[in-house]
Design a protein around this ligand. Structure first.
Ligand SMILES: [Zn+2]
Length: 116
């Protein structure tokens, strides 16, 4: 709420919402992989060559098709790429928005000084 009765509304970024949905989708689609990953020896397991990796074990035992794991990794990378790609745009948009607000504030100040 502003002093003179105005209101500034900061709506949540669409980017966050979209990413959240995508991450959620990834989680649901690859629930079996997520469950296996949770049992890995290391919580930050990259499922590459780490000892005690349950995903590697499941693949070796034929319980998890390697193509399925690869599509999981691919989706994960894509999500990360989207996040990285959209960040600079968001920052630029934010800068532009604040510049506009700054100009508007100056105009209001000028009008006040001129008694308008
Ligand atoms: Zn692992």
């Amino acid at each position: 709420m502003l002093e003179k009765g105005g209101v500034i509304i900061d709506n949540p970024g669409m980017r966050e919402l979209q990413l959240w949905d995508a991450s959620d989708g990834l989680h649901n689609t690859f629930l079996d992989i997520e469950e296996l990953a949770a049992k890995c020896k290391f919580s930050d397991c990259q499922h590459e060559t780490e000892p005690g990796c349950m995903i590697r074990k499941a693949i070796a035992e034929g319980k998890l098709p390697v193509v399925r794991f690869e599509s999981y990794r691919k989706l994960q990378r894509e999500l990360l790429a989207i996040e990285r790609k959209k960040n600079p745009d968001l920052q630029r948009a934010e800068k532009k928005k604040w510049k506009k607000i700054g100009i508007m504030a100056k105009e209001i100040q000028n009008r006040k000084e001129r008694g308008m």
